[in-house]
Ligand binder design. Structure first.
Ligand code: 13P
Ligand code: SF4
Length: 306
């Protein structure tokens, strides 16, 4: 007979203590995984936690680049990714080799990489950013010419907020492009009092219709602080669980029910338990790549939230 969620949670918590582990979960994780975690957050908050935790084991309920970032920042810790196939398709749209070739074509350009990228790509970049601090990171640079990789839409959004010359890698998030501008227009007509918040991975036409453009952590803060009672949410729908839990009096309307990231949903209570039992799959960045990638990640962490 299969275990109930309650039994699974109980077993995970027991093993977590024995292993001296911490469970970190991204805002897009399944509700039951978020409820189990020690900390739920956006990419920046999760890297800050991974850099400062005392735990010996980090169970990363998220996608591969997030576990890699934890390994870059905490090389002495064991980093578990409960399903090793939980990769980010956008991060896979660029390789270190491809980036090196582009850099040869643009020798005087500063490379800024979105945290949604492999450790090898970070190692080829000057500085890293997340959606929570992208504009602040770009503005902090002396450089006038910037190559932004791999998300063309986040890159485009930043370019509307800075005078720097920017070129973009043609990557995109297959989940966020599902959110169409007409969905926002229709929902605004149905709910005229609602505020619209969208993620900067959305298309420019969607961003143009929003009241706020925020990281997932920024959306959670906005939801707490706003007077608005209804919020239309343009990002992956996993975040709706947390928004409703933290703000029971407010109404949250997903911009699209189809904005689901299948890789984020690969983490389940079962595979969290198995990963703690077997201490696998582990994510470990090779030392020569880690050292280079850490320079880009550390610069970002020094800058902090935007
Ligand atoms: P943030 O949670 O950092 O806003 O990022 C969203 C995302 O797509 C992570 O893959
Ligand atoms: Fe990658 Fe998009 Fe999924 Fe985030 S939501 S992990 S960017 S595919």
């Amino acid at each position: 007979m299969e275990n109930s969620d309650g039994e699974l949670t109980e077993n995970i918590l027991k093993l977590k203590k024995e292993r001296n582990a911490i469970i970190l979960a991204h805002n897009y994780q399944l509700g039951e995984v978020q409820d189990l975690a020690d900390f739920v957050g956006d990419s920046l908050e999760l890297s800050q936690k991974a850099a400062t935790t005392d735990a010996e084991v980090i169970v990363f309920c998220g996608v591969h680049f997030m576990a890699e970032t934890a390994s870059i920042l905490s090389p002495d810790k064991i980093v578990l990714l409960p399903d090793i196939h939980a990769g980010c398709p956008m991060a896979d749209m660029i390789t270190a080799k491809g980036l090196r070739e582009r850099k040869r074509e643009l020798p005087s350009t500063t490379v800024v990489c979105y945290i949604n990228s492999s450790a090898e790509v970070k190692a080829e970049s000057d500085v890293c950013c997340t959606s929570a601090n992208a504009v602040k990171v770009i503005e902090s640079l002396d450089a006038e010419e910037i190559l932004f990789v791999p998300d063309q839409y986040l890159g485009h959004y930043i370019s509307t907020r800075t005078d720097k010359r920017m070129s973009f890698w043609p990557g995109f998030c297959p989940t966020h492009i599902r959110i169409q501008p007409q969905y926002i227009t229709n929902l605004r007509q149905e709910h005229p009092q609602a505020k619209v918040v969208v993620h900067p991975e959305c298309r420019p036409e969607v961003i143009a219709l929003a009241d706020e453009v925020l990281s997932t952590g920024g959306m959670c803060r906005f939801a707490r602080e706003t007077e608005a009672q209804k919020i239309i949410v343009g990002t992956e729908i996993g975040i709706i669980h947390r928004l409703r839990k933290e703000n029971p009096g407010k109404k949250f309307i997903p911009a699209s029910e189809q904005a689901v990231c299948p890789r984020m949903k690969l983490t389940t209570l079962e595979n969290v338990l198995w990963s703690l039992q077997e201490m696998t799959p582990q994510v470990k960045v090779p030392e020569e790549i880690r050292i280079k990638a850490k320079v880009a990640v550390d610069k970002m962490l020094e800058i902090g939230r935007g």
